[in-house]
Design a protein around this ligand. Structure first.
Ligand SMILES: *Cc1c(COP(=O)(O)O)cnc(C)c1O
Length: 236
């Protein structure tokens, strides 16, 4: 067994939940204001079940096929599902209604398609807008300098509830180096909230992963997406 797998999934869930609580307290925030989204891509249903037994209640999946298979097998578990992966427009139809929140809406065109499909399904879909805070050419997301002007267009889509922002900062050797991106996302959410566009609330900030979730919580994260720190390294 590899050393990184020495602890059980259950122990790691408890550890991460404890770290989340402590980070919130350090920042003078209520621990309940931060929710853990377990990033479960490539993780087996058995290991996910261990995590659920230890307190996971929100699962984040990246791929539709994989998510559907897991939802089927975990249909009796009391967990909610979030979609956190990159979403192609032609796949939108299959995600509608299955996920409480889609974190990764990275363009006006994608938002339009979700709005259209949600309308056809007779539902309102909660979404977050993904912002490319590092301005990386290879990464999807709204540009931080442009998103504010796009909010009225997005807010006018009748079948969307825009609940906040999400970001994946550029990889940094030290968690502390991600802080400015997290802070930038929080400030951006503040500017968007100040626009007071109906159907756009900025109550959620989805930021922070295994490496840097504690820093993200100090900067206001309400949803942290953690995979490796719970399930170990992914071998795919
Ligand atoms: C895989 C993934 C995570 C979790 O990353 P870890 O470093 O394993 O914690 C978070 N967010 C997204 C969008 C992911 O795809």
């Amino acid at each position: 067994m590899e050393p990184e797998n020495a602890d059980s999934v259950g122990e790691r869930v408890r550890l991460v939940l404890g770290n989340i609580r402590h980070a919130a307290e350090r920042a003078g925030r209520l621990p309940e204001s931060v929710r853990l989204v377990a990033a479960t891509k490539t993780v087996s249903v058995e290991r996910i079940q261990e995590g659920i037994a230890a307190g996971l209640c929100l699962l984040g999946e990246n791929r539709m096929q994989e998510a559907l298979a897991k939802m089927e097998r975990l249909r009796d578990a009391s967990v909610r599902w979030h979609f956190i992966g990159q979403l192609q427009r032609r796949k939108v139809r299959s995600v509608i209604g299955l996920f409480d929140v889609i974190h990764s809406v990275d363009s006006v065109e994608l938002a339009q398609e979700i709005d259209r499909r949600a309308g056809q399904a007779g539902i309102t879909q909660a979404i977050l807008l993904e912002v490319n805070m590092g301005g990386e050419a290879t990464k999807a997301g709204f540009h931080p300098d442009e998103i504010v002007d796009q909010i009225p267009t997005l807010g006018a889509m009748p079948h969307l509830r825009i609940q906040g922002l999400m970001t994946i900062p550029p990889p940094t050797p030290e968690p502390e180096q991600a802080r400015s991106y997290f802070r930038g996302l929080r400030e951006l959410a503040g500017r968007i909230a100040d626009q007071r566009v109906a159907a756009v609330t900025m109550q959620e900030l989805s930021m922070g992963m295994s490496h840097d979730y504690e820093v993200a919580i100090e900067e206001g994260a309400t949803l942290v997406r953690v995979g490796t720190a719970i399930f170990g390294a992914r071998h795919v």
